[in-house]
Design a protein around this ligand. Structure first.
Ligand SMILES: Cc1ncc(COP(=O)(O)O)c(C=O)c1O
Length: 396
């Protein structure tokens, strides 16, 4: 019998929607022109990119499509914002201080560390135990030399939503640029760049049922940042290289679909997630929900992040996979690096709390039956692993 697999790792990636594939196909076949060409084939692909740019801009409330620059994904968008923004501030205003947080994805942390190697001063904001950044900490860290602040809109591991509007206002009051990584947020919760008041915002297509290898950076009109990739001057000279036309078209369609269905999906996924959390906490002893909780919880709709005491999260994932359930300990990238999560460390977790952690990330494509089956399997697997553990008597 073929095992019915249940995919609960939607924060890592999502399946490409049928409508997205249909929209992409012509650009892999007959519409193969180079957008830089002036003949019919070039004009057709240019038109397709313009439509995608409008759709991406609409999802995040950008006033002008020209504020969207297509990139090879969220990682490149983060690098472009951080390095391109900071280098511009250093060359024009001699500002050489960058502020970020321990909550960030490596796609933000690594370019910030690279700036440090280039002579910038780097400050990491601390993280509260529930996984949020406190505006008072940012206020304290800002100096007249701060070039750029980068704090994510929603965290990929524990799913917390950050007070970005407040943080951006503080950065601006100190004359610094503000960037936010919205890779996990855009298309899942309402995102409006004008309301948030951010200068730059990163997005990624494959988190919202679009193809992989494409993303975008929103850069507020009038703000000039320096490019990372130089060449033929595509994307208003901010990102040279022949455009990934089919990818961009697919990303545009994914944004259009996400925008049209956002309220209903947000509600549906939140309800499913709450059902999952309720069952796990009620039925699995010595389990704890991590991140923001309670009536004012600011958590991404699809995120549920737990610690199962007395269990190793890696073993749990392997056992779940053997039973057809796809889950994760947190960031897909950190898993390959085999290092404990810097996010959980910054939240003050002990070694045991970090190793026993598991992220289940849901999407609108998951059903209640899938969640129920996953909880049944999880309860059984946690019990099995604990009974094999040297701390057996403590947790069984
Ligand atoms: C918060 C965050 N930022 C950036 C990225 C990187 O995006 P991409 O996979 O498109 O490079 C991810 C991907 O997991 C993410 O979760």
């Amino acid at each position: 019998m073929v095992m019915q697999r249940i995919y609960l790792d939607n924060a890592a990636s999502t399946p490409v929607a049928d409508e997205v594939i249909q929209e992409m196909l012509p650009y892999l076949k007959q519409q193969f022109g180079n957008p830089s060409s002036i003949h019919y084939f070039g004009r057709e692909t240019t038109r397709a990119i313009q439509l995608a740019r409008k759709r991406v801009a609409a999802l995040i409330g950008a006033a002008r499509p020209s504020e969207i620059t297509f990139t090879s994904g969220g990682t490149e968008a983060d690098n472009l914002a951080i390095k391109g923004g900071a280098e511009r501030m250093r060359s024009t205003l001699q500002r050489d201080h960058v502020i970020t947080s321990y909550l960030e994805h490596d796609a933000v942390i690594e370019p910030c560390l690279d700036l440090e190697r280039l002579g910038y001063r780097l400050t990491f904001l601390p993280v509260s135990p529930d996984g949020t950044i406190r505006p008072s900490d940012l206020k304290e860290a800002l100096t007249p030399r701060t070039a750029l602040v980068s704090v994510m809109l929603a965290n990929n591991e524990v799913g917390t939503i950050q007070p970005v509007k407040e943080l951006a206002a503080l950065a601006h009051a100190a004359g610094a640029l503000f960037h936010t990584d919205a890779v996990q947020a855009a298309g899942k919760i309402p995102v409006d760049v004008q309301d948030l008041g951010v200068d730059m915002l990163s997005m990624s297509s494959h988190k919202i049922n679009g193809p992989k290898g494409v993303g975008a950076l929103y850069v507020r009109h009038g703000l000039e940042i320096l490019p990372l990739i130089h060449g033929g001057g595509q994307e208003s000279a901010l990102r040279s290289g022949t455009e990934n036309v089919h990818g961009i078209v697919g990303f545009g369609k994914a944004c259009e679909l996400a925008a049209a269905r956002l309220p209903e999906r947000q509600k549906q996924v939140t309800e499913l997630r709450n059902h999952l959390i309720k069952r796990v906490l009620a039925e699995i002893p010595h389990s704890r929900l991590n991140g923001s909780s309670g009536s004012n919880s600011s958590r991404l709709p699809g995120n549920a992040h737990f610690t199962f005491f007395g269990v190793n999260g890696e073993d749990l994932i392997i056992k779940l996979d053997e039973n057809g359930i796809a889950a994760s300990t947190g960031s897909a990238c950190s898993v390959k690096k085999q290092k404990p999560s810097h996010v959980l460390k910054a939240m003050g977790f002990s070694y045991e709390e970090i190793t026993g952690s598991l992220r289940l990330s849901l999407s609108w494509q998951n059903t209640r039956e899938e969640v129920d089956r996953a909880v049944d399997v999880l309860a059984q697997v946690v019990h099995e692993l604990r009974s094999l553990s040297p701390f057996k008597s403590k947790y069984t």
